[in-house]
Ligand binder design. Structure first.
Ligand code: IPE
Ligand code: IPE
Ligand code: MG
Length: 258
């Protein structure tokens, strides 16, 4: 049975008619987003930074739903970096509380939508309530397969590579692996995203032209798309623009146009 028919039978017709605009088969499988610009969004309105983070949660809800509607398989969002601990304690605490609140409030909806929640990063350093809510969300959505929502929390691309090296070194010490067997497949498999394909498209709102330590290995051949829109203003319409731009790109992976 064709894939779209299975989908239709299982989930019903697509909610949005707009998806006809996309070229079939040319949507990215994996979209990554650096959710940036919350502070500037708040400052522009004379509000505390935390208000920007709170508004950013609404963008995440909207974008998750759009990804489900449009058949994106994986959405990885950068929510807290290993460097974000440098911020005032009050802001860090507010971000952690928002994470807990988001997971508690959204879990029923995420389950209903068929979203599988995952997380990447040094999760053991997160406050206990955040770890507990994450564990619950992961457990209760493990069987879902419509969209993988991958939350990058206390995530750093360099920390991830260090952790991968440690993992591989332990395997070598245990005699399970010889140094000459270490290749790109082994290294990729040792990353937090080991079983996921690399992102096809990276979106950075708020106009910054940098990676800020996000998915350093995985973004090697990812298409980049930057917008000046701050994350709390980013909605499915902005995602649509990014997806349409992606469809115009020619991905060569170092080869020649065919
Ligand atoms: C992104 O928004 C959220 C996190 C980093 C957690 P920012 O807080 O970085 O917003 P700006 O960049 O200061 O505008
Ligand atoms: C990247 O944004 C991290 C997240 C969005 C979670 P930052 O605001 O921390 O990045 P820099 O400091 O501007 O590079
Ligand atoms: Mg920022």
């Amino acid at each position: 049975m064709p894939g779209f028919l299975t989908r239709w039978l299982r989930h019903g017709p697509p909610r949005a008619t707009e998806d006809r605009e996309f070229e079939p088969g040319k949507l990215p499988r994996h979209v990554a987003i650096i959710m940036d610009g919350n502070g500037r969004w708040a400052r522009k309105r004379g509000l505390p930074r935390v208000a920007g983070h709170r508004a950013g949660v609404e963008s995440l809800r909207d974008i998750v739903r759009a990804c489900v509607d449009w058949g994106i398989a994986i959405l990885t969002v950068y929510a807290f970096s290993t460097e974000n601990w440098k911020r005032p304690q009050e802001e860090v605490e507010a971000l952690m509380n928002l994470l807990v609140e988001y997971l508690r409030r959204e879990l029923p909806e995420l389950k209903k939508e068929g979203v599988q929640v995952r997380a990447i990063g040094r999760l053991e350093a997160l406050p206990l309530p955040a770890q507990q809510e994450l564990a619950r969300a992961r457990r209760e959505t493990a069987g879902n397969n419509r969209l993988i929502l991958n939350l990058a929390l206390n995530y750093g691309g360099r920390a991830e590579l260090v952790d991968a090296c440690r993992h591989i070194a332990r395997e070598v010490l245990a005699g399970k692996l010889r140094p000459e067997d270490i290749d790109e497949t082994v290294l990729k498999g040792a990353l937090y995203t080991g079983d996921l394909p690399d992102p096809d498209l990276l979106i950075r709102p708020s106009g910054e032209m940098r990676l800020s330590n996000f998915l350093l290995w995985q973004l090697a051949y990812t298409e980049l798309w930057v917008t000046d829109v701050y994350w709390p203003d980013f909605r499915r319409e902005n995602l649509r623009q990014a997806l349409l731009a992606y469809q115009q790109r020619e991905r060569r992976f170092g080869g020649l146009k065919i």
